[in-house]
Ligand binder design. Structure first.
Ligand SMILES: [Fe+2]
Length: 396
């Protein structure tokens, strides 16, 4: 059967105009053809053109999931946060939520509740990221019991120190508990809310996040680079998030850099905009929690400075200023009608362009609701490409 790529069915909350190019459901795919070069090149192209591919009702072993992800970056080997780095020291905030499968260390088990006798694991208690454990404020217990919740943490999958960001992530749902819809509250004074299925993963397009910016902010982001904190997930481990899950509140909770073991050569500095390798489009890709400094190039010679932000360029080092600016740039992109909350079914495989979108865990499970997923992404074999000189001349 030939492959076909059909538009996703979107929930009513979505502004379909903005999602015309986003996401495709892959039909006619047989796992046994995974390594067929023609099949793969079609999948690879569609993935970069649409940023997210959904395969429904698919049987996929951890080895096949790893093979599929590896096909996007054949020389990469290790899990995106490093195979060894993911120990149980509890000093890295990612560690509480992911565990490597003993027989396929690049594949992680994530979810919620107690899972027994699974892929060589005798018993494990999984923990779904829940906002009261990470946000500065929380939805009251009473409202949470009524089904109100929040985005947990907007991010791309990346260690942002030493290792290059993975190109794609594959999320495979093995156990998907059913329950009533939950309502995400933004709690940022806008009154924004979004109704979603239980345990959805929320996705926003980095391309749309850039496209909807006003001219001055486009000019700024095409000239901006983020310097990420050394070992950012240790650095931020005591910090708390804003109610939208989009970045941290600034109250001096970060671990001082001299208390972390790090090397300058492993620190990551990335452009705000990452260039899609197939479409050439620019995607706004900034990890709002991990950013520690911003470098801004001056406007190109001869450009009018009227209304321009940082026309002379600059180096921002104040966390308040950095986080306020990044929030102003990213918040429009997570407005309810720009969010695709994926309605998980068992045996769904979602493959996404990790260098082209931002995503978040959502919601909470009750006791006895068991969620079991396999996640795989691999350290990139190269670094993301930023805007070209032409892009800068066009947007700055
Ligand atoms: Fe993730």
């Amino acid at each position: 059967m030939p492959l076909s790529f059909v538009p996703l069915s979107f929930p009513a909350s979505v502004d379909v105009d903005k999602f015309r190019d986003f996401g495709r459901e892959v039909r006619g795919f047989e796992v046994s053809t995974l390594t067929d070069a023609e099949v793969f090149s079609e999948i690879e192209r569609e993935l970069y053109e649409h940023d997210l591919l959904l395969f429904r009702n698919i049987d996929l072993t951890p080895q096949q999931q790893y093979a599929l992800v590896k096909a996007f970056d054949p020389t990469s080997e290790s899990y995106g946060h490093g195979n060894k780095a993911l120990d149980k020291t509890k000093t890295n905030i990612i560690h509480g939520y992911v565990t490597s499968l003993p027989n396929s260390p690049q594949v992680q088990i994530i979810g919620h509740g107690v899972v027994r006798d699974h892929e060589g694991i005798e018993e494990i208690t999984l923990k779904h990221g829940r906002h009261p454990e990470f946000h500065k404020t929380r939805v009251s217990e009473e409202d949470e019991a009524k089904g109100f919740t929040r985005f947990f943490r907007w991010h791309m999958d990346a260690a942002l120190y030493d290792l290059a960001p993975p190109k794609v992530t594959a999320l495979y749902g093995l156990k998907v508990p059913k329950g009533p819809l939950q309502t995400i509250r933004y709690d940022d004074g806008t009154g924004d809310e979004l109704k979603v299925t239980l345990g959805t993963t929320a996705f926003v397009s980095g391309k749309t996040m850039f496209d909807i910016l006003p001219k001055e902010l486009k000019s700024l982001v095409v000239r901006a680079r983020a310097r990420y904190a050394p070992r950012p997930f240790q650095w931020m481990r005591k910090a708390k998030a804003k109610p939208t899950g989009l970045g941290l509140v600034t109250e001096g909770a970060e671990i001082p850099l001299d208390e972390l073991q790090w090397e300058e050569s492993k620190v990551k500095i990335y452009p705000f905009l990452w260039k899609n390798p197939v479409t050439g489009e620019l995607h706004l890709q900034v990890h709002p929690c991990a950013i520690q400094e911003i470098y801004i190039d001056p406007l190109p010679k001869g450009r009018t400075t009227e209304n321009a932000l940082y026309p002379e360029g600059g180096n921002l080092t104040d966390l308040h200023e950095i986080r306020d600016l990044v929030y102003k740039i990213q918040r429009p992109g997570i407005t309810p009608n720009l969010v695709y909350p994926h309605p998980w079914e068992e045996k769904d495989l979602v493959l996404f362009n990790n260098r082209g979108l931002t995503h978040s865990v959502v919601g909470f499970f009750k006791e006895g609701q068991i969620r079991l997923f396999h996640q795989c992404n691999l350290e990139g074999s190269d670094e993301p490409a930023g805007p070209t000189e032409e892009d800068v001349m066009r947007w700055a």
